[in-house]
Ligand binder design. Structure first.
Ligand code: ARG
Length: 455
């Protein structure tokens, strides 16, 4: 490509370090699409003849069909997907292929290809997260009344409903989708036509190129356009947060599926056996989602470090943007699918969840709230008196909800002739009617709102 200036060829090591074709061949669809739009614009502007543009466009179609059928050949001498496609175009249509690169550089070309790719990746993740949300909604509705232990510090705190717990992940996914939508919106500008860094002396129609590639507008500054990888960082940061959420759910499944908890039985489809212990049913998929979150965060960090301190405009460092983006995307797509499948197919152990929810004096707060409401006690006094009730229950070897009325009344004269409260777990969750609370009624409303939101 630059034979005019060079007499010697690159060393084998130079060739190897320079080549990106092993990974950027993944951009072939975007590359050919952008080239076709570019050459059609060049023809419309009278920069290349209609006949040449047609020959180039036809050749690009042939290349696309070849790549579709046989994959992209990996010749390190051709360095990257851009030169690989152009070299093949020359083989197919001869020297007229050389007109394609008019008013374009690989710098604006790769920036355009990558933006197209990342925008498609955002759309794909959005669809995956939407399916994940729909699965959460279905299971949340099914378990709107299922009582389970709610934790803080992983210590039994107050009873909650499983539906409410699952809806917490619906909310995380909702925010994740809005982060990908933001990333998409900011990536909605087309770099093509910025050329190497300074723009070009040819009379381009950048509006046309942008709109034909599905972008809202052309980028406004050529130096920025060829050296900006914010769109990839936006994607990776959104992916990091999404994977972090998935890893929290994954961790819950790991804990829930363990024998001491026994909250859930994972389906055969999402567990594995052990090669030595026949009784084992391991949550490997959940564990891998948990670890993938670490790798995705690593990809994000990798690109942050690649980009930091780069002077304007393009630098070859930026070629290294692609592996972390591709890796993170593959890991994220798989993680979303795995967690969707796990939520969909898991068998929640409702009896055990209810029994465990009722332990650990989990309705002690309900007793304290009742003291405030019915006996007009200041909350701090109520807290103190409830502590005494818990202590008494511990002495008697029972739960606070199981203390007999006489024992409870003995604690304080004000309890003597009051109607004692319902300290059952069902009564507890039903009373959590504050907006956003765990009451089954509120969970059903939240599911309904979410369904409306998603249509
Ligand atoms: N393969 C390169 C990349 O991914 C394409 C741009 C090369 N530009 C250049 N001036 N060497 O970044």
């Amino acid at each position: 490509m630059w034979g005019g200036r060079f007499s010697g060829g690159p060393s084998a090591i130079m060739r190897e370090i320079n080549a990106s074709i092993p990974f950027d061949k993944r951009l072939w669809r975007q590359d050919i699409r952008a080239s076709k739009v570019h050459v059609a614009m060049l023809a419309a502007q009278g920069i290349v003849s209609e006949a040449d543009a047609e020959a180039i466009s036809g050749g690009l179609d042939t290349i696309a069909a070849e790549y579709e059928a046989d994959g992209v050949p990996e010749n390190l001498d051709l360095e990257d997907i851009h030169m690989t496609a152009e070299a093949r175009l020359t083989e197919l249509i001869g020297p007229v292929a050389g007109r394609l690169h008019t008013a374009r550089s690989r710098n604006d070309q790769v920036a355009t290809d990558c933006r197209l790719w990342v925008r498609e990746a955002c759309a794909e993740v959005d669809a995956g997260l939407a399916a994940f949300q729909r699965t959460l909604l279905a299971r949340a509705e099914e378990h709107a009344d299922t009582v389970m232990p709610g934790f803080t510090h992983l210590q039994a705190a107050q009873p909650v409903t499983l539906g409410h717990h699952l809806m917490a992940y619906y909310e995380m996914a909702r925010r994740d989708r809005s982060r990908f939508a933001d990333a998409m919106a900011r990536a909605d500008e087309c770099p093509l036509g910025s050329a190497a860094l300074a723009g070009t002396s040819f009379d381009l129609d950048r509006e046309r190129t942008a709109s034909e590639l599905g972008f809202a507008r052309p980028t406004a500054n050529s130096l920025d356009a060829v050296s900006d990888r914010d769109f990839a960082l936006d994607y990776l940061m959104a992916a990091t947060t999404a994977s972090l959420h998935l890893s929290r759910l994954a961790e819950e499944f790991v804990i829930w599926a363990s024998q001491p908890f026994g909250f859930v039985k994972l389906s055969d489809a999402y567990s594995t056996g052990s090669s030595i212990m026949p009784q084992k049913r391991n949550p490997d998929a959940a564990e891998l989602v948990r670890s993938h979150a670490g790798r995705i965060a690593g990809c994000m960090q990798a690109l942050v470090m690649v980009m930091k301190g780069l002077p304007l405009a393009y630098a070859k460092d930026m070629q290294d943007d692609k592996p972390p983006v591709f890796e993170a995307h593959d890991l994220l797509a798989l993680s979303i699918a795995a967690m969707t499948g796990m939520v969909e197919t898991s068998d929640f152990q409702t009896g055990r969840l209810r029994d465990l929810a009722a332990g650990g004096h989990s309705t002690a707060t309900d007793f304290a709230d009742w003291l405030v409401r019915s006996l007009d006690m200041p909350f701090r006094d109520a807290h103190h008196l409830t502590g005494a009730a818990v202590k008494l229950a511990e002495q008697q070897g029972c739960d606070i909800s199981e203390l007999d009325a006489a024992a409870l009344r003995g604690l304080d004269p004000r309890l003597a002739d009051a109607d004692l409260p319902d300290l059952s777990v069902e009564g507890s969750v039903a009373s959590r009617m504050s907006y956003g609370g765990t009451a089954p009624t509120r969970v059903r409303e939240a599911v309904k709102r979410a369904r409306e939101d998603m249509t």
